[in-house]
Unconditional design. Structure first.
Length: 205
């Protein structure tokens, strides 16, 4: 792809590094931005800079937040004794959209995947165990995607919780095996949360 401008070429190269964006799509997006009023492009640039430099992660649940403790963890209307374990922030958003869950969350930041070089030490498992020990948590809900990696991660955490006085449950398998949680429709996901089952039961299947 030949460019008459190094500045344009650099912009296209940067945009094309985004997931699912090839050079042609990147060029189309950059040309679109060029046609927009300057203040629109400036607003986009500022939003991206603020996201990169000012966005925080909640010190308790590791969800994205504008402050040290996110609004969900700080809310007095949430059940502080129930913690739903998810892979990443997209899953928090998916479950919140169901309006069926009023507990807290714990964002692991991934799932165990030896093929990708991701082990338990790369996830926020240790802080989850500490929450169970010290924060009065009585139930852990496993809400990872029902994939091999998700099930492996569930089982690892379940074993780490051994000896602690906490109930464990998993979302009902209205979510098809192999599906990613973020792509489930809100009704199915909401029912899966409401009709969760003891985790031990899922090990018998």
């Amino acid at each position: 792809m030949n460019f008459s401008s190094k500045i344009l070429e650099e912009a296209v190269d940067q945009v094309s590094q985004l997931p699912g964006i090839g050079k042609r799509t990147a060029l189309r997006l950059v040309l679109h931005l060029m046609r927009q009023p300057e203040q629109n492009t400036d607003a986009l640039s500022q939003a991206l800079l603020r996201m990169r430099h000012d966005l925080n992660f909640c010190k308790q649940c590791h969800n994205v937040s504008d402050v040290e403790i996110c609004e969900i963890c700080a809310s007095h209307s949430r059940d502080q004794t129930i913690v739903c374990v998810v892979e990443d922030i997209r899953d928090v958003m998916a479950i919140e959209n169901t309006s069926q869950y009023r507990g807290l969350y714990h964002v692991l930041g991934g799932k165990i995947s030896p093929m990708d070089g991701i082990g338990p030490q790369d996830l926020k498992v240790k802080s989850l165990i500490e929450r169970v020990r010290n924060a009065g948590v009585t139930e852990i809900i496993f809400a990872l995607s029902p994939t091999i990696e998700g099930d492996t991660t569930n089982f690892y955490i379940f074993k780490q919780l051994g000896g602690l006085e906490v109930n464990t449950s998993t979302i009902a398998r209205g979510i098809a095996v192999g599906d990613e949680l973020e792509f489930a429709d809100e009704v199915t996901l909401g029912r899966s949360i409401l009709h969760r089952v003891p985790y031990e039961n899922s090990l018998k299947n």
